[in-house]
Design a protein around this ligand. Sequence first.
Ligand code: SF4
Ligand code: FES
Length: 270
Amino acid sequence: MRTAATKDASTKDAATKDAATKVAATGEVATFEVILKIRRNNPEASGEHEAGAGYWQEFRVKVHSTERILDALHTIKWEQDGSLTFRRSCAHGVCGSDAMRINGRNRLACKALIKDLHPSRPITIEPIQGLPVLKDLIVDMEPFFASYREIMPFLMPSGDAPKRERLQSPEQRARFEDTTKCILCAACTTSCPVFWTDGQYFGPAAIVNAHRFIFDSRDDAAWERLEILNDRDGVWKCRTTFNCTDACPRGIQVTEAISQVKRALATHRV
Ligand code: SF4
Ligand code: FES
């Protein structure tokens, strides 16, 4: 049963959306105040907020209804607390550098519209899970990229280089089209409960990027990659929880890609 407080918050969220729609019609942009509750962590801190302890800090920010979490983080950094630390580059969902846990779910800060995040309540922002936190919302991505490098994410054709491009039919291309969209944001891997409990697991992103070459008709190293993923820390650790598919900001069918890799290993056919 919904409580009065929940109802009240839903009404406020609906009012925020309504206001945004109305002003969109008139060409104006609505503004409203939002509370961001951010997980802070400073390894060099001492005193009240000791290194590694981590704590929550709230910020009140006035935002436009068209703004995203990344815009609000910028406003805080530029106007309230210059020490707030986070990664970002393109601001348009392309570079994959600003994956973070927003309201308990992995998303790209530059794609998360504030008005869609129940802004009548504080919005929580934390670093992605399962990787060491370096500072505030920044994690050490090295273990993630180490797994990526292990699956040899580059084309390995055999024989001499051809005089012209390597031809491929639309059907051959379609087999790995989905996995070419990966931007290496780590949202999938760091939403995986197996990865949280066992950092040795390759993780969904490495398998997605192996899939991209395993099923490419121009590549001749599929079995080398499959052997790597047949390892005890490879695809068989996947428990098909679908967290990875839900988290992927590119809409990649991550669990399906992992299943195709498992099937290739089980049937000895690519
Ligand atoms: S598969 Fe999706 S969630 Fe995972 S790293 Fe690639 S883009 Fe990010
Ligand atoms: S800043 Fe590049 S994907 Fe968000």
